[in-house]
Design a protein around this ligand. Sequence first.
Ligand code: FE
Ligand code: ZN
Length: 505
Amino acid sequence: MAKRIPLKKKYEYMTRGLAWDTTYQDMDDVYPYDKFEGIKIHNWDDWVDPFRLTQDAYWKFQAEKERKLYAVIDSYAQNNGQLGLSDARYLGALKLFLTGVSPLEYQAHRHFAHLGRNIRGTGAQVSAQMQSIDELRHAQTQIHAISHYNKFFDGLHDFTHMHDRVWYLSVPKSFFDDAVSAGPFEFFTAISFSFEYVLTNLLFVPFMSGAAYNGDLATVTFGFSAQSDESRHMTLGLEVIKFLLEQDEENVPIVQHWIDKWFWRGHRLLSLVGMMMDYMLPKKVMSWKDAWEMYFEEQGGALFDDLGRYGIRPPMHADVATKEKDRISHEVWAIFYQYTHAAGFHTWDIDDEHKAWLSESYPDTFDKYYRPRLDLWQQMAADGNRYYNMALPQLCQTCQIPMGFTEPDDPTTICFRSSEYKGDRYHFCSDGCQYIFDHEPEKYIQAWLPVHQIFQGNCGGAEIPDVLNWYHLNLDADNMAYEGSPEEALWNEWMASRRVGAAQA
Ligand code: FE
Ligand code: ZN
């Protein structure tokens, strides 16, 4: 009788053992993409697969998760789960997340498939292929949540169309476009390491706890289902970095630059999450500042101590990101509050209880800098003059966020940088964004900046209703203040009929 093959051997036969080097064609012609970035790989077999998942095990495991997930999604829909939300304001955070992130999951699906084909090295191919399928699943599960909430609430009716057009969605879109138009090793460093490993806890932990605190079981469910995939992706991110650094010393400075670049790009992208955590969750989880301290300063600090032995230092501008921890959420909320008339979700005036929480969470900055502005806006709204900013903002050429961030050492002065390239001047929100541009100007001068596009007449017309039309947004329903919106009216009606129901019972 044949002896049982040990798991490790079996895994080798089922992966490395199935690969071969080409003979009729040169390997470099078959794999044209994995050398031009200057990364040197001497032995692909050094690539470690910590999970040792074979295809059969992968599909069995994922199918089990899908069965559970769809059972919960069905019961949520049948039981009108949306009635259990903490408040309809919570939907603002959800809309931003679902419209901003779901298309990125799909982009990740496509690009990991591309890597699975174009990276030589079987271990890397298998990991990329599995992650590609995971990401497709994530996109699908999030679209199920969109589909459910779209039956009742505004702003979720055309997310793919919006993703290519709406001004603030160009922030996540351009982040991912940047990554997929880079070489394969930069993509791994950008997405698998910088985003999935270093920064993902700042997105998923607060957002999923936020969903749980605020009664959003649809999101909690897809979050849980994605979590075990996510731990695989994070491990891959760390393994990729170690692999690149161990293969050749000359890889170190290349990887360091990518870490510097993608740390800053990720930090800017996550300022949207900071706003959600501090301003958009009716029931708070933790402040952005606390999350930054826990997940970046502590955990990230330990990680970069560990990577020090390869000659890697903490990301450039990490000190600036840390200085910004008690302001970015307030700065970004201020941007969205002013431009709610052009957004696919509502903003609102902040009540006293919420202000007290902000004051406690941000003792050094809130009362001094941000409370007075919120008080003024609240007063203006009470006087029937709710503030909307009718001038289009200048955007940062790199991160594409309106220029609302401030000087590292002065929270009262807008941070403004500019560079000249081929006779044109480009503007940036920070040293980090300027640094990224200066390194690859040919790439970023091509950026599709929403405000420039509006001014050039490429977005449906010159007036706000024209642009909203072109975005497929419905004026007075999807946008404007929450106070007085159809969504508020619907929510209040639901809650009132619930009280009547409870009184009769
Ligand atoms: Fe994903
Ligand atoms: Zn920027």
